[in-house]
Design a binder for this molecule. Structure first.
Ligand code: DX5
Ligand code: ZN
Length: 218
């Protein structure tokens, strides 16, 4: 199976979001990855609901919304209304993760859980059957353009085993530092979805870069 490609809009030109969205519509990208940062869960601010809604107006593909915020339960319905198709919350931000997953599903969106690099996949043992996606952070969340953490490959293999054991439908998404060099090994390890921000948007030809990632041999 080819990877699902989810370019991160965080690395796009915010003054030209409409043309960036149109480029992603034309390209072989599958989803728009939307990074929401609150300056509390992560030491950076990105953008919020009005900007996501503006992107939604031009996006012809699902919005994969990655909430890097504390107390995400306060905003789930708002992000759904602003066009989220998949809503991913951080394990580390949710003392009542099971409840938040049910809340996301009630809105009709798919539910994802993201894990920071230091969080073992074993914490998902009792929730894996209930979720649609696991986002493994392959950098510390908060910034684009960081170096890929090599331990991610081992985490993918452990997560895959957990998914099989529990007969879960969850997709494995890799977020941070993804490029043409590490993508084949990520796919071989069991990844389903590749998020790529700076690798796509700093390329001379983003559309071709997306096509190359989509058609990667592994
Ligand atoms: C990091 C974000 C990522 C980021 C990826 O906190 O969650 O989605 O945009 O950017 P790159 O691909 O540049 O590492
Ligand atoms: Zn992200």
């Amino acid at each position: 199976m080819p990877p699902i490609i989810a370019p991160s809009v965080l690395a796009s030109d915010f003054a030209n979001l409409q043309s960036e969205a149109e480029m992603l519509n034309r390209s072989q990208a599958d989803w728009f990855h939307i990074d929401i940062m609150d300056g509390r869960f992560v030491p950076n601010l990105s953008f919020g609901l009005p900007v996501q809604a503006a992107i939604k107006k031009h996006a012809q593909k699902p919005l994969d919304v990655h909430l890097m915020i504390v107390e995400p339960q306060l905003y789930i319905e708002d992000f759904r209304k602003a066009g989220a198709d998949i809503i991913t919350v951080h394990y580390e931000a949710c003392p009542h993760l099971h409840r938040v997953i049910q809340q996301i599903k009630l809105t009709g969106a798919k539910a994802g859980v993201a894990l920071n690099p230091h969080t073992p996949v074993s914490v998902l043992e009792d929730i894996i059957a209930d979720i649609d996606l696991v986002c493994l952070m392959s950098v510390n969340p908060g910034f684009g353009g960081q170096k890929f953490i090599e331990n991610t490959y081992a985490k993918i293999e452990k997560l895959k085993a957990l998914i099989v054991k529990h007969n879960s439908q969850a997709l494995i998404e890799i977020d941070g530092g993804v490029n043409q060099e590490n993508a084949p090994k990520l796919m071989k390890s069991g990844a389903d979805v590749l998020v790529a921000g700076s690798f796509v948007f700093t390329a001379a030809d983003p559309e071709k870069t997306i096509a190359d990632l989509k058609n990667i041999a592994y």
